[in-house]
Ligand binder design. Structure first.
Ligand code: 13P
Ligand code: ZN
Length: 267
């Protein structure tokens, strides 16, 4: 008997997680357990609060009262994206933030009984969901991954500078300007899974929908998971074009400042 009812919408979110996890693996961005995903699914799950098992309660180091009573689905700590793609229900978990926002309940029952515990990047995911809720827009998806060429750009001495990176990424293809006209943010290397990484990432997301994590990867937000994936895909293609020109022995000429301005106006 299952007391947790996943609506058709929640099932679609799980299907999206499986689809995008497969893309991440195929792209080579998800070596071992690299990357994590979370989606806000409040309203897409039916559960009486009297059904919450107090034994599944975990306090949060940083309470998030703005997310009180909200539900999230996220990939499990240490799970491989290639496994999430094949068997999403065994590698994601559903949590409900407590009424006062000081902790969360891990929802499990006889049917939905994944052994997964939330990703180690949960501090960043929850801080971003809190930020998105305060913003009041449509964004509900958070995607962290390790795109190879994009991350490689942050490894080149002298390149790891927000303005320099934006110049490269935005000038090598019109699609980047059209998809991300405001550019991307950059957070210097910070230990994964920490509150400091969460704090710096949210500060950068105030200005940019994608934030590069130096020497690590990137994180993007969107209404749907596919939207966040597309942004990263476009940026990684820019990085690939840059390296292809370099390999051919050329510094890419890229779009001029005027051409970029024209694109922004036109689109
Ligand atoms: P998790 O397996 O805990 O999600 O961590 C993967 C990762 O990419 C950390 O930055
Ligand atoms: Zn990572």
């Amino acid at each position: 008997m299952s007391y947790l009812e996943l609506t058709a919408a929640a099932k679609q979110q799980i299907a999206d997680i499986a689809l995008i996890s497969g893309y991440l693996w195929e792209r080579g961005w998800a070596v071992k357990n690299g990357g994590n995903i979370s989606l806000e699914i409040t309203g897409e799950i039916n559960l009486r609060s009297s059904d919450l098992n107090p034994l599944t309660y975990t306090p949060l180091k940083h309470p998030c009262p703005d997310l009180s009573q909200m539900y999230f689905i996220m990939t499990g700590a240490g799970t491989r994206m290639r496994d999430v793609a094949c068997q999403p229900l065994s590698h994601v978990c559903v949590i409900r933030i407590s009424d006062d926002g000081t902790g969360y309940y891990h929802i499990r029952d006889e049917v939905f009984n994944s052994p997964a515990v939330p990703t180690s990047e949960m501090p960043t995911h929850l801080a971003i969901h809190q930020f998105m809720k305060k913003q009041g827009g449509k964004n509900r998806a958070v995607l962290h991954t390790h795109p190879i060429e994009l991350t490689a750009l942050t490894l080149i001495p002298g390149f790891c500078d927000e303005s320099r990176l934006n110049k490269i990424l935005m000038s090598v293809q019109p699609e980047a300007v059209i998809a991300i006209p405001g550019g991307v943010g950059l957070v210097p290397f910070i230990l994964p899974g920490t509150d400091q990484l969460a704090e710096k990432t949210v500060a950068s997301l105030r200005y940019y929908p994608v934030v590069l994590w130096e020497k690590h990867g990137c994180i993007a937000i969107g209404h749907k998971l596919q939207d966040a994936f597309d942004l990263i895909d476009v940026l990684n293609t820019s990085a690939k074009l840059f390296f292809l020109c370099r390999e051919a022995g050329y510094t890419p000429q890229g779009l001029s400042a005027q051409e970029i301005e024209n694109l922004k106006k036109y689109y």
